[in-house]
Design a protein around this ligand. Structure first.
Ligand code: ADP
Length: 169
């Protein structure tokens, strides 16, 4: 059994980590869902040591897809992209962990799967840019906006994982 001072120390240690932890929005697009890659993709984030704090399956409306990709509204592929995102079920997730925004993008790989390194999700599992199976926030501001667009605050679950002390030391 822990002495009280040890328990207090652990609590403070965890709170220290909680303050450092960041969150990112990750979505498995309709192609990833239809191809049966949900578990494969989740597994890569989970095994890395990142923590899943929100998840749902949803078919976004076209209007919702347009909000999500608003920054790309001037691009020629915008309409097709929004049609595609709203064409079927999407797995929307929030992942938490030190450096998860930037490293999540590394796990995902380059936008064009032809340019993604082997070992990345798009490099290993996708072939063309219009069917690159996964979305990940590209920076802290985008992450904040996308999490707020896809989730209510009550859908975000804060919890301590027993693995954290082995992941962060
Ligand atoms: P990322 O998803 O890597 O952040 P972008 O934000 O630039 O990339 O683009 C968003 C999505 O738009 C891409 O993931 C891809 O599905 C699609 N896309 C990007 N460029 C093209 C293109 N040239 N043709 C068709 N679709 C594209």
């Amino acid at each position: 059994a822990l002495s009280i001072p040890a328990a207090v120390y652990m609590l403070q240690d965890h709170q220290l980590h909680a303050a450092e932890l960041e969150r990112t929005f990750i979505a498995i697009k309709p192609d990833g869902v239809q191809r049966g890659l949900i578990a494969e993709i989740i597994s890569r984030f989970e095994r890395k040591g990142f923590k899943l704090v929100a998840i749902k399956i949803v078919v976004p409306s076209k209007e919702f897809a347009e909000k999500h990709y608003y920054d790309l509204k001037e691009r020629p592929f915008f309409n097709g992209l929004c049609d595609f995102l709203s064409s079927g079920p999407v797995i929307a997730m929030v992942w938490e962990g030190e450096g998860v925004i930037k490293y999540g993008r590394k796990l995902i790989g380059a936008t064009d799967p032809q340019k993604s390194e082997p070992g990345t999700i798009r490099g290993d599992l996708a072939v063309v840019v219009g069917r690159n199976i996964i979305h990940g926030s590209d920076g802290p501001e985008t992450a904040k906006d996308e999490i707020a667009l896809w989730f209510t605050s009550s859908e975000l679950v804060s919890y301590t994982s027993n693995a954290e002390k082995w992941i962060y030391g």
